[in-house]
Write a protein that binds this ligand. Structure first.
Ligand SMILES: Nc1ncnc2c1ncn2[C@@H]1O[C@H](COP(=O)(O)OP(=O)(O)OP(=O)(O)O)[C@@H](O)[C@H]1O
Length: 242
């Protein structure tokens, strides 16, 4: 195994993965540096979700290596990967998936409460993130009383209140209107950057990808290439390879 670079929080080499014989990843390699927001950008069906699932240890790729902070992730037994995901990673998808019976702050505090954080402390931490995300006054509401954009902010607070090292965001704004999308992303990324959380953000939307520090481009369902300097409009070139 090639040693992962020291400054990569997440590092993957030659990932291949198929779903029921249909290839989704065909040799993806990438590194994600500490504190950066990396967009994984490509058309629908290009393998973005599969890649994020492999990087976050939800799926073990058919072939290839993944490491977190320099240690192999793909060879860990399932219960160790599960613990790592619970303690160090967070995930936001296109839908907020809140618990309807719980209030906004209880939803945001849920990972902390499940981890055994005392209720008062969990509430304070959740409230802090709800405030960061401009929905503090809604803390006592239940999800049905919120707009979709507000619910997605609660899901974001839930993901980051437990202070993950890496946040995996899979099309987190895909279900929102364009204006809500831009507002949520800017607020979310400002809060995340201020806390040095590393983010891997899957998106098919170039406007969303443009908010990231770097972009990794998936094409043709499987192929990965670097974006040229011109394509990234001056942003740092990505170190992806096939
Ligand atoms: N569970 C599955 N079973 C079978 N095929 C799958 C499964 N998940 C994904 N695929 C296929 O693998 C390929 C990559 O899918 P994936 O969801 O990773 O891409 P994506 O870029 O995230 O797409 P989208 O933007 O639509 O979510 C696609 O052809 C998809 O149809």
């Amino acid at each position: 195994m090639v040693a992962p670079p020291d400054n990569d929080v997440i590092w993957a080499r030659s990932l291949h993965h198929s779903h029921n014989g249909s290839p989704a990843l065909a040799g993806v390699s990438l590194g994600v540096r500490e504190g950066e927001v990396l967009a994984v950008h490509g058309p629908r069906g290009s393998g973005k979700t599969t890649l994020l699932r492999c990087l976050s240890g939800q799926t073990v790729a058919d072939e290839g290596e993944v490491s977190f902070n320099g240690s192999a992730l793909h060879t860990l037994p399932p219960y160790r990967r599960e613990r790592l995901r619970r303690e160090r990673f967070a995930w936001i998808g296109p839908e907020s998936s809140l618990v309807p019976e719980l209030t906004v702050w209880e939803n945001a505090a849920l990972p902390l409460l499940l981890r055994g954080t005392p209720r008062r402390q969990a509430k304070a931490q959740a409230q802090e993130w709800l405030d960061h995300l401009d929905i503090g006054p809604l803390a006592r509401q239940r999800p049905h009383a919120l707009s979709q954009a507000q619910r997605q902010r609660v899901a974001t607070a839930r993901a980051i209140a437990a202070a993950p090292t890496v946040l995996f965001a899979d099309e987190p704004t895909a279900s929102l209107h364009r204006l809500d999308r831009a507002q949520l992303l800017r607020t979310m990324l400002a809060a995340i950057r201020s806390h040095r959380i590393t983010v891997v953000l899957a998106t098919h939307d170039p406007e969303v990808a443009a908010l990231a520090d770097r972009t990794a481009f998936l094409v043709d369902g499987r192929r990965v290439s670097s974006l040229s300097a011109a394509e990234t409009e001056g942003r740092a070139e990505c170190s992806l390879s096939v």
